[in-house]
Design a protein around this ligand. Sequence first.
Ligand SMILES: CCCCCCCCCCCCCCC(=O)SCCNC(=O)CCNC(=O)[C@H](O)C(C)(C)COP(=O)(O)OP(=O)(O)OC[C@H]1O[C@@H](n2cnc3c(N)ncnc32)[C@H](O)[C@@H]1OP(=O)(O)O
Ligand SMILES: CCCCCCCC/C=C\CCCCCCCC(=O)OC[C@@H](O)COP(=O)(O)O
Length: 304
Amino acid sequence: MEVLWTVPLLLLIPLLMWTSSTFVFYFKKCFYVAYMMCLALLAIPLCVLKSGGRDVENMRIIRSLVRHVKYFLGLRFEVSGWEHLQTEGPYVIISNHQSSLDVLGLMEILPDRCTMIAKKELVYAGTVGLVCWLGGIVFINRKKTSDAKSVMTDAAKTMLDEQIRLWVFPEGTRNQRGDLLPFKKGAFHLAVQAQVPVIPIVFSSYSNFYLRKEKQFNSGNSSGLCSCFNVFLCVRRSSHAEVLSLLRRHQIEDPPKDRHEGDDVRRHHIPLRQILQRDALGLLEHLQLRNPEQRADAALNTNH
Ligand SMILES: CCCCCCCCCCCCCCC(=O)SCCNC(=O)CCNC(=O)[C@H](O)C(C)(C)COP(=O)(O)OP(=O)(O)OC[C@H]1O[C@@H](n2cnc3c(N)ncnc32)[C@H](O)[C@@H]1OP(=O)(O)O
Ligand SMILES: CCCCCCCC/C=C\CCCCCCCC(=O)OC[C@@H](O)COP(=O)(O)O
C-alpha cells in the first residue's frame, strides 16, 4: 500500500523539476546543505584521526572532500592568477561574498595552511559547524566589535606563530547586487598587525545561474551544448605595499610618539572607508565578468 503512494511522489519530483524553477531552486539548495552536512559527518572522524582536534591542517581533508560537489550543481571554476597564491608564508586573502556557494570556489583554490574568518553563528550549523571548528576557522561576533577586534588581533599573532593564511570576506555579509558593499576594516588591520600581504580574489558574478531573491538556480542551458556554468576566479597581484602604505598614512596604526598634532599624518587624512572603496574598484571591474569571451581580457588585466 505504501509503495503505491511512493511511486506518484517519486514521479512528482521530476515533474516539478521540469516545470517549476522555484522548486529547482529549493531542491538544489536543500541538496547542497544536506550533502555538505553528510560530507562533514565523514570529515569529522578523519580530522580527529589526522590531527587529534582543531588544526588548520584539517583544511586539506575538508578541501579534498568538498571539491567534487560542484559537479552535482553544474558548476565549474576557471582560475586565473594561481601564481599569486604561491607567495611564501602567511597572507590575508580578501574576496567578494555572493552566497554560501562561495565555499565551493574557495575550496577549489584554497592554499595550504589557510583558514577563514567567519561569523560565530556558523559554529552552531550542525556537523558543518563542527568541521569549521576542526578546520581552525576563526569565529567572530559581528555584533560586538570589541570582541571581534580582539579575536582578530589574536589571529594576527597566530598567523605569524603558526604560519597561517587567513581568508576574509571584507564585505562582512553576502551580497549579490553586482557591486561591493563598503569593506569592513578588520582584514586590513590584520594585514598591518601581522605585516603580511593582502591577496584579493574575485569571484565573477553568479547572476547568470543563481539569483537568491528571485529563487533561481539554473541547470546549464537548454541547447544541450553546455550543461554547466563557469565561475571565474581571478587571483590578483598582491597589493600589499599599496594597502599598507595607505593604511599607515591614514592612521590605522598609532602614529609614532614623536609626531605632533598637525604634522603630515593629519594633513593627509582622508576617511579610510573612501580609500578602501577606491581600492575595491579594481575588484569591482572583475565582478562584471559574466561570460567566457571576457575571460581572456580578465586574465590579461589580472596578470599585468
Ligand atoms: C565537509 C563539509 C565542510 C564544509 C566546510 C565549510 C567551510 C567553509 C566556511 C566558509 C566560511 C565563510 C564565512 C563567511 C562569513 O561568515 S562572512 C561574515 C563574517 N566576516 C566578517 O565580518 C568580515 C570580517 N569583519 C571585520 O573585519 C570587521 O571589521 C569587524 C572586526 C567584525 C568589526 O566590524 P564593524 O564594527 O562592523 O566595522 P568596522 O570594520 O568599521 O570596524 C569598526 C572599528 O573597529 C576598527 N577595527 C576593526 N578591526 C580591527 C582590528 N582587528 N584591530 C583594531 N581595530 C579594528 C576599525 O578600524 C573601526 O574603527 P575606525 O572607524 O577606524 O576608528
Ligand atoms: C546560523 C546558521 C549559519 C548558516 C549555516 C547554514 C548551514 C549550511 C550548511 C551547509 C552549507 C555549506 C557550508 C556553508 C558555509 C557558508 C557560510 C556562509 O555563507 O555564511 C553566510 C555568512 O558568510 C554571511 O552571513 P549573512 O549573509 O550575514 O547572513
